[in-house]
Each structure stands twice: as structure tokens, then as C-alpha cells.
Design a protein around this ligand. Structure first.
Ligand SMILES: [Zn+2]
Length: 301
């Protein structure tokens, strides 16, 4: 007799639970294994500007690693630009109530093709969301987010313009996923001068020269630097050192993130953040590590 669907799904859940318990053990083991690398800026606290750990409340177990790598605060959300994100947005808001000094909740369950999406954002701001994102403003190449239901096809698609205005009205940033690389943000951001745009994992698939061009052309775009991508993803053709000149040229316009280790592994993403900071002069490292992001999430309205 073949097992029923319920039997199979409960078996799957059991396996998933066992696997996640095993991963938690591995995470703890690795968190107590090799010490972090030593560098001059190891004591500079980090705000992780882009983290998906609301999924399955992963932040609870990740906190040990955050402590180990000096991540003092995390901008938290979960799924992005699809109905499933509404649940993880709720988890992020609850997490912020439980850990107000540690968690900065963003919301990503925004249907940008409906007025209801804008009403949702207003409600979430009233409940304490500090920003919006990660929003898939456009995606064609990403194997995961190119398939989400509420993605945009370009940076002015659907209600995106109204969303940018809403974020400006409340003084809260909007974190965008944009792929493939293109120059739309260079013209869209100046059209919304009061909106703070954070360019999600801006160093992924964009050269230092392209970032330089973007930063020159805009005043209200901040680059979320996913150091783990550059340091550990085989498809990166640049090194962390390659980005240092552009970061030094625009030290007030970079924030730092783990992207929860997407494609490179969680701990590697944290290692790479510390490596980048150790390549920068102290004052620049402090800005990129936490001062810039602190400024962007200061609740203005
Ligand atoms: Zn992400």
C-alpha cells in the first residue's frame, strides 16, 4: 500500500525538521570552531542591511553567528514580492518587538500591481516597519526571484512610482532587487528625489565602474554591498579590493549586507563583510558598517 499524501507530507516535515536540527548543530559547531580573522576593524559593529532570516524564524539560531562576527543589528524580512512574504513580514515585525535593539523590520509582501499593496505598506508602517524591501522591481535572470508573483518588469511598473512616493512620505527607505544589470535606477531615482533607494546587492553582476556611474548620476541611491558574493561566489569576476576605490569615493553611500549568505553560505557572507571592512580606513569602515544604515533607518516621520 502506498502512503497517503498526508503521511508523505508529515514524513517530509519530519525530515525537514531533522535536517534543520542537524544544520543548527552544524551552525553551532562552526560558530565555535575557527576564530574570526584578525584585522584592524574587527571591533567595528555591523548592521546587516539585507537579511532574509524571517523565513522559518531562522534569525533565532543565526544570532549566535551575528554575535561572533559583530553584527549588532539586522534589517530583517523573509520572502519577497509574493503572497508568502506577508507571513514572513509578520515574523519580522514580531521579532522586532521581541528584540528591539537587534532587529529592524522591513516588509516585502507588497503587491505592486494593486492599490491594496500600497494600503498594506501604510498598515505595516503603522505597525512599526522601518522600510520596504526587498522588492523585486525587476528580475529576469535570478533563478528564484524572477518567478515571484508580485515582481515588476521595470522600475516604473505597476504601483512602484506610488510606492516610492509613499516611502518618501514616511521617510523610510525602499530596498530594490534589480536584474539583469541596467541603468534604469540612474534615471528613476532623480525623478523621486525625496525617496531613499537602496540598490540590493549592488555589487553582484555590476562592475565598480558601473556603481561609480550610478553614484555620480544620483544623490539618493545607496548601494547595498553583499560582500559574500564578491568574495565567495564563483561567478564574481571582481575582488573586494576592486571595489575599495569606489567605496572610498562615496563612503556615505554604501551599506553592508549578508543577504543571508545567498549562494555562498551564511558564515562566508559574514566573513566577507569583516574582510571588506578590514580593507577600508577606519572612518570609512564605520560608515559602511553601520553609520550610513543607522541614518537611513532613523525614523523621520
Ligand atoms: Zn535578498
Amino acid at each position: 500500500m502506498s502512503p497517503s499524501f498526508n503521511e508523505i507530507s508529515s514524513l517530509r516535515c519530519g525530515l525537514a525538521r531533522a535536517l534543520s536540527a542537524l544544520l543548527a548543530i552544524v551552525a553551532v559547531a562552526s560558530a565555535t570552531a575557527a576564530p574570526p580573522e584578525r584585522g584592524p576593524n574587527d571591533d567595528v559593529p555591523i548592521i546587516d542591511a539585507h537579511n532574509h532570516d524571517a523565513v522559518d524564524s531562522h534569525f533565532v539560531e543565526a544570532m549566535q553567528l551575528w554575535d561572533r562576527y559583530g553584527v549588532k543589528k539586522v534589517v530583517l524580512f523573509g520572502n519577497v514580492s509574493e503572497p508568502a512574504a506577508i507571513e514572513t513580514d509578520g515574523i519580522a515585525l514580531d521579532a522586532a518587538r521581541e528584540y528591539p535593539d537587534r532587529i529592524v523590520p522591513f516588509v516585502a509582501g507588497v503587491d505592486i500591481h494593486s492599490q491594496a499593496g500600497l494600503r498594506y505598506v501604510r498598515r505595516m508602517f503603522a505597525k512599526g516597519a522601518k522600510g520596504v524591501g526587498e522588492i523585486v522591481a525587476m528580475s529576469e535572470a535570478s533563478p528564484v526571484v524572477s518567478k515571484v508573483a508580485w515582481k515588476g518588469r521595470h522600475l516604473r511598473d505597476g504601483k512602484l512610482p506610488q510606492l516610492y512616493d509613499l516611502c518618501a512620505e514616511f521617510g523610510r527607505p525602499v530596498l530594490l532587487h534589480i536584474d539583469p544589470p541596467n541603468d534604469q535606477l540612474e534615471t528613476v531615482a532623480p525623478a523621486f528625489p525625496r525617496t531613499v533607494f537602496i540598490f540590493g546587492h549592488g555589487n553582484a553582476f555590476n562592475s565598480p565602474e558601473r556603481l561609480l556611474q550610478l553614484l555620480r548620476a544620483t544623490r539618493n541611491v545607496y548601494v547595498d554591498f553583499f560582500a559574500g558574493y564578491t568574495e565567495f561566489n564563483g561567478s564574481s569576476i571582481f575582488t573586494l579590493e576592486d571595489f575599495v576605490p569606489v567605496i572610498q569615493a562615496y563612503p556615505d553611500r554604501f551599506v553592508l549586507s549578508s543577504d543571508s549568505g545567498y549562494g555562498v553560505g551564511y558564515e562566508n557572507a559574514l566573513v566577507a563583510m569583516r574582510r571588506l571592512l578590514n580593507l577600508l580606513p577606519r572612518e570609512v569602515a564605520e560608515k559602511v558598517a553601520h553609520r550610513n544604515m543607522d541614518r537611513l533607518i532613523a525614523n523621520r516621520r
